[in-house]
Design a protein around this ligand. Sequence first.
Ligand SMILES: Cc1cc2nc3c(=O)[nH]c(=O)nc-3n(C[C@H](O)[C@H](O)[C@H](O)COP(=O)(O)OP(=O)(O)OC[C@H]3O[C@@H](n4cnc5c(N)ncnc54)[C@H](O)[C@@H]3O)c2cc1C
Length: 720
Amino acid sequence: MAKEKIAVLGGGVGSMSAVWALTSEPNWQDKYDITVYQLGWRLGGKGASGRGPDGRIQEHGLHIWMGFYENAFRVMRQAFTELQGEPRVYQSVEDAFKPQNKIGVMEHIDGEWHPWVIPFPKLPGKPGDGDPMQYTSVLQMVEAAIKDLLGMIKMLLEGQDRAAPKPKSMAAGAKAWLKDHLKIAEGSAVHAAERMLDKLPDNWHENDDHHEHVNTVLTHALEQIDSHTALERDASPKELEQSNLLRRLGIVFDLGKATFWGLLLNRRKIKSEGLDVFDDLDLQDFFKKYGAKPQNYEVSQSAAVRAFYDLVFGYEQGDPTKPNFAASAALRSIFSILLLYKNSVFMKMRAGMGDTIFAPLHKGLVKRGVKFEFFHKVTDMTLEDLGDGQHAVGKLQFDVQATLKNGTYDPYVNVEGLDCWPQAPLTDQLIEGDKILKGPSGDGTQGWDGNWKGFDLEDFWSGWDDPATKELVRGVDFDRVILGIPPASHPFICPDLVANNPAWQNMVAKVASVRTQAMQMWMKSPIYGLGWPYGSSVVDAFQQPMNTWADMTHLINRESWPVSASLGSIAYFCGPMPGGIPDPNKRNVTEKATADVLETGNTWLKSAPGAIWPNAADANGALDKAELVRGVSTTGTGTLTGQYWRANVSPSERYVMSLAGTTKDRLHADGSGLSNLIFAGDWTNNTFNAGCVEASVMSGLFASNALAGWPLKSDIQTYW
Ligand SMILES: Cc1cc2nc3c(=O)[nH]c(=O)nc-3n(C[C@H](O)[C@H](O)[C@H](O)COP(=O)(O)OP(=O)(O)OC[C@H]3O[C@@H](n4cnc5c(N)ncnc54)[C@H](O)[C@@H]3O)c2cc1C
């Protein structure tokens, strides 16, 4: 039997997971001949990273995995297992990831920032171990969540105990205060709630009387907490600390109660439709509708809620005053993050995302027999009429961006013993290498002073004159296609296919995307020296637009800075960025946006750092720039500033949003309306539907299922 030729367009998480799943089927090589066509010199798309001067890691933005990413970790466990014994690549999830359990938000109260850092407990299991997730239905989870609410309150108090500067006295004080004022031990509403929940029968959620009862007790508990919080607002510093605890307790309680109430009132519909019953509501509107207080749910006031918008760049057109995150996807994300993780709530990669994820996937797939064509930019996909109302992709058109000197391309550089993707193509392997290196200005040969000065082959507006074109024909060069390039690019690469299908047109119009921006800093002082007392943390809900900060100091040993650079810590920041998609014929769009990020970032550095790094900032909060590492690059020339900044503005680099009311506009993997085209990417209806690695991997598994019936849908972990 002739093998089916599969052309995979784009090498992001979605399409790479699809190929991984397809080639996991025993004897896949008897059935398929698979080639991946990727723009530029590396895999990874929005998750790609590259090595720059001194081997420093340069990301699209902060990338962190979550402990609940069951599908994604399963894929990585398989890849690492198959690469056992291979040099210059991680060998296990445990090697490649570092648990991160301190997560914080920055509360902005009366003009001042207050860190609220929670050390999440270690939970049983390992992400991707294949063991069943703890909860399988929303209602089962609701019940657990209500109980967890009280658990969380305890955690909050214990968390402060471990994290705050004067732990013992404060925790002891807080507990004594609670005992005195709330009489939590006996007879208090909080205590009554706890006891009442323990006594509920198994089928309590089916009985409206129980709901009323639960709601009444929780409301009383909340009122009790709130009255004491209000009393303590203007008290002494010690009392204020205690008041902070109670206020936070009140926020968690209020949002938890509203969530619980919303789920209970909709439980019958949830049984059939899942959390998508809330799709038309923005998360803030959900909390409002089910009784939460404005100060606790409004993005402008509540760090606890803003944190989830920041997590998904959930601001229309990148405007911080326009938060929008569908309650369906938001609740799914919140429940999964908080309740489903195994081992650690977050997992940090121990090198760049390219080195940790895409190098093993690439090497594993090459080993399995998949072919890769780098420097292949899709420019058009043409529609073929098969008769009887059937259509297919007839031809694929590419610009070939560079000619390989030896017919093959070895994409890696060795940094500290690990195979890594460089930040730019390895031009000595390319016939047009010199021209690419020199760039539009003709003087890019130095290239390593932070941002690449050569032609950027990933840039939509690069101005690079591609040396060749290529055409692939259905039935000759390919039979089926996996499209792993996101909708913001579709009007440019496949307008005829989109025009042929109203549902596809609708998806392109409604499933929005947003620019993002990122800044990385290499600093002299370690994190405690900078004045952050909580240890290595990931923090968001901070000052816009660089609203998210992660300490990434663990990467120091993976980079090759000279000892003289005296590196003490590494910090990553990112956030949304305003702006649309300018005309393809424009030039310097990305250069201008990149300059804007530097300017925005440096303005931000004049006021924000004081709140997290008081020892390295002046009275206005401005960072002492002497903190930035300055060293002479070992890989090139020039003085380094210890700073890297990036604008993600090309259509396919824009983050895919989950706006309220748009889940129905997403198409499933098999929704193209064409007989030979399957979709893979975080933009499809993958049942998770919030832009993240796990959703992308799920989309890939569904794509493989649509193409080959493998894996079974029942083997894909879904989330309510
Ligand atoms: C700044 C930022 C931070 C993020 N942080 C996190 C995080 O911490 N945790 C998390 O889980 N998720 C995070 N995400 C989301 C995550 O990165 C995405 O969900 C995921 O990478 C999407 O994968 P994809 O395969 O759907 O699309 P993409 O990654 O966009 O893949 C598309 C692929 O197509 C290629 N391509 C584009 N145009 C063409 C063309 N014309 N021809 C050929 N190839 C082409 C691209 O190069 C790319 O390889 C973040 C995203 C951003 C932007």
